[in-house]
Design a protein around this ligand. Sequence first.
Ligand SMILES: [Fe+2]
Ligand SMILES: [Fe+2]
Length: 279
Amino acid sequence: MTVDIGDFTNWLRDFEGAALLRRTWGDPDWSRGARLDPALVRSLQRFQVGEDGDGAFLTGKAARAGDPVYAAAVRLFVAEEREHARLLARLIEAAGAATLPGHWTDAVFVRLRRLLGLRMELMVLMLAEVVALAYYRAVRDGADDPLAAEVAGRILADELRHVPFHRDRLRWSFRRSSRLTRVAAAALWWALLAGVVAVVVADHGGALRGVGVPGTVFVREVAAGFRAVVAGVMWPSGRSGAGDSGVEYQSGAGHGGTGRAEGAGTAAVRSRGDRGTVG
Ligand SMILES: [Fe+2]
Ligand SMILES: [Fe+2]
């Protein structure tokens, strides 16, 4: 079966639905406060900086790509990432700490992304999304604190949608690429992932151990999720990428998401057709 997705209408609806749910749910009860391990606070502070990244460049590139529906979905995606930054900031505050003005890992990441075209930017961004999935899952399942678990669960539910959202655009973007190009791009992508994961484990290893996930387990989980993403983008008609819903990614990563993910992640059906000019 050929999977060639160029229509992002359902993704736009998905993001609108998630925004509506967010407004309906309101905020977690911040007043209960949070008691967090100092290593986890430092780790969350760095992720908070990362979530607060620059959407302006991505939305600009998406707008220039020639598909207003995709561009509108990207704007809502960026809003969700900003919402993650806000939730993490409130959590850090509830734990009695302050947010960081910046962090070198984020500065490098943002600078790199700005230099790239939309397709490469999405490939780099996907690395952050895949790492974020494993990270927030670890915090949701391993943090002793209920507020931290709730915030991580909410963010995780969104990240579970972001991965297939970017995957679909990248799949579309590589639809006419030769096998050689795909193999080379996949090799480069894996090399980048290895670098990113090494930095994350070095930087957040203590916090991850604190929530019961040793570095080796974290690396294995990220790699398993990423393998499904690469297959879904580069070899969509092959054994791992046959699904359209992102479920293959979610089940491949070994979790079922949250109730919110199931409620909001409904962009399962996407039609075919090519639009836009830039991948
Ligand atoms: Fe995020
Ligand atoms: Fe995300």
